[in-house]
Design a protein around this ligand. Structure first.
Ligand code: NVA
Length: 309
């Protein structure tokens, strides 16, 4: 039984297989039906969602299944019923479980008891489905899945959030050079950085954490950013501006990246905060390809997980 709870749950070879499958599923969208029956996939949300609900709902339907969307506010997992009991109830009726929740320990516990594959649709610590979609988007623009190793991705913003951690792990797994540009007060989890460094040593990638935003993006093939205030974060707008203002992705900052650099943002975007309107609407932005690629990448990971059983 395999799960996709964090980016490094896939080895480099496995990640490549999933991305190649995503490319094929994008070309032949309705031809693969691992959930034929239809079998159900429980898609559970403890936090707000738009892209994730849309892409998993459509994705499961396109894979021949039935998406059973569960509102976490009603289910109150871990409050009304323990995670372990909920996992076994869901696992008796669903072929797989997709969960967006808070602490990573919650999804680890779900996976330990569910008896079916569990997929992380965002936790406080990781957002691995988004980074798979991002890698697919990079591959489309920069020469294919085989061309990912050796590319440089510079991320600007909150280094302590889920996207930064997933870029570190997922990017290193892909053999990329990952640079996190973040204030010294918001470093990524050192354990995640050390894990990414170990992976990078095997894949030929590398990992840098810097508080210099110019150094993070200098010559980069890919420039990424994310909201300064993640879901569940209590930071005020004024605090966020004071802390992250120098890390805003504007045209001047982007000019320091490679000329062919593409711009990623997982959305929702706060224009004028972490990214300017000019950049997100500009010719280097691929954010809506990236949003579409959630569908293809997640279908690939679900299909792959069902094949491992
Ligand atoms: N870091 C953001 C990602 C949103 C898709 C958050 O957790 O809110």
């Amino acid at each position: 039984m395999r799960h996709f709870l964090r980016d490094d749950d896939l080895t480099p070879d496995e990640q490549r297989s999933v991305l190649e499958l995503a490319v094929r599923l994008k070309e032949n969208r309705f031809g693969v039906h691992p959930f034929a029956g239809p079998r159900s996939v429980a898609v559970v949300f403890d936090k707000p969602t738009l892209r994730t609900q849309l892409s998993f709902t459509l994705g499961v339907v396109e894979l021949g299944g039935y998406p059973m969307v569960v509102d976490g506010n009603l289910a109150q997992i871990g409050v009304r019923e323990s995670i372990a009991d909920t996992a076994r109830v869901l696992g008796r009726q669903a072929a797989a479980i997709v969960w967006r929740t808070f602490d990573q320990r919650r999804i680890d516990e779900m996976a330990a008891y569910a008896g079916v594959p569990v997929v992380n649709a965002l936790t406080d610590q990781f957002h691995p489905c988004q980074v798979l979609a991002d890698l697919l988007t990079v591959a489309e623009r920069h020469g294919g899945v085989d061309a990912l190793p050796g590319l440089t991705l510079g991320y600007l913003g909150d280094g302590a959030n889920n996207m930064a951690a997933s870029y570190l792990l997922g990017g290193a797994t892909a053999g990329m050079h990952v640079r996190i540009g973040t204030p010294a007060a918001r470093p990524p989890d050192p354990v995640v950085v050390a894990t990414a460094q170990r992976i990078a040593a095997r894949t030929g990638g590398s990992v840098v954490v810097t508080d210099d935003p110019a150094a993070a993006v200098a010559g980069a093939d890919v420039v990424a950013t994310d909201t300064w205030v993640s879901m569940g974060d209590e930071r005020s707008a004024a605090e966020a501006e004071a802390m992250f203002g120098p890390y805003r992705l504007d045209a001047d900052r982007l000019a320091g990246a490679a000329e062919h650099a593409i711009v990623l943002h997982c959305l929702p975007a706060y224009r004028g905060k972490e990214i300017t309107d000019e950049v997100i609407e500009g010719p280097q932005s691929v954010v809506f390809d990236e949003a579409e690629n959630r569908l293809h990448a997640q279908k690939a990971v679900l299909t792959w997980l069902m094949e491992q059983r």
